[in-house]
Design a protein. Structure first.
Length: 278
């Protein structure tokens, strides 16, 4: 058996791989910094004598030593883990290059090329932004409630679109493309519904991530963009990403099990290079 932990800002992902190569994923809230005591509690029902190693990545994983109760601990750089896991989940041919966009609380963009992974850019805008703005404007930070509201709302209830500003499309941009996020709020005295407000928040975050991702892909002359993390589980946010990518002739990929890409990447790197240290 092999184990992996990815300590995220909001969620800690737990990945277990049995001797048949089957993966089992669990998650728990990240309520404290990593510690040996926390790890022992997480795996209290597992006999470490049956485990080959524990791969660690994510925030503050360096706080853990190189062994826990004689179990080897392999520390994996987070950029490498995200890149490796995201590219593996995409199913793309290894000869191809891609931009791996990891969107969790914030967003990181990583170039994957020839099994090497380089951090290119990123933004503080991500799922944490959706939750924070929703708590301020909607009085909820429950992801399921926000998604439900956003799917029942329309971002044009908060946003000015090109048709409002210039009466039509501009170049490749259709007339219903956002011109000013939340631009209608200051120009109208009418009350905005919670549904439209949620849609506007998600659209703002989705378009920001999409613009950065496509700009990075263009700079590195890469056509494939692989999106991992939990933020893409917001359907309307994913739609924003897909729309922006297609407008600029990039191919977006939203692989299955993308939420544990980093934990998987750590497991794969540890298996290939058990002496790896971040």
């Amino acid at each position: 058996m092999r184990l992996s932990l990815d300590f995220g800002i909001t969620i800690t992902d737990i990945l277990k791989e049995n001797n048949d190569g089957e993966l089992f994923h669990e998650m728990l809230p990240s309520e404290q910094k990593p510690s040996e005591e926390l790890i022992l509690e997480i795996f209290k029902d597992i006999n470490f004598q049956e485990v080959d190693y524990l791969a660690l990545t994510g925030g503050h994983h360096q706080l853990i030593g190189e062994t826990i109760n004689s179990l080897p601990v392999i520390h994996v750089n987070e950029v490498q883990a995200i890149g490796k896991g995201g590219f593996h989940l995409s199913g793309l041919d290894e000869s191809k290059s891609a931009i791996i966009v990891s969107s969790g609380s914030g967003t990181a963009c990583i170039l994957a090329k020839n099994d090497e992974f380089i951090h290119c850019s990123g933004t503080g805008v991500g799922g944490g932004t959706v939750l924070g703005l929703s708590k301020l404007l909607l009085e909820t930070d429950n992801p399921e409630e926000i998604q439900d509201l956003a799917e029942r709302g329309l971002s044009k209830g908060t946003d000015l679109i090109l048709e409002d500003v210039v009466s039509g499309p501009i170049g490749l941009l259709p007339s219903d493309m956002t011109a000013v996020n939340f631009g209608k709020i200051s120009k109208s005295d009418s009350r905005v519904s919670r549904e439209d407000m949620a849609a506007g928040i998600v659209n703002l975050v989705g378009q920001t991530i999409a613009r950065i991702s496509t700009s990075i892909a263009m700079a590195f002359q890469v056509t494939d963009i692989v999106v991992v993390g939990r933020t893409p589980t917001f359907t309307s946010l994913r739609n924003s990403l897909e729309e922006a990518a297609m407008l600029t002739n990039f191919t977006p990929h939203f692989p299955k099990n993308a939420e544990y890409a980093s934990a998987l990447g750590a497991l794969l790197i540890a298996e290939k290079n058990p002496d790896n240290r971040s």
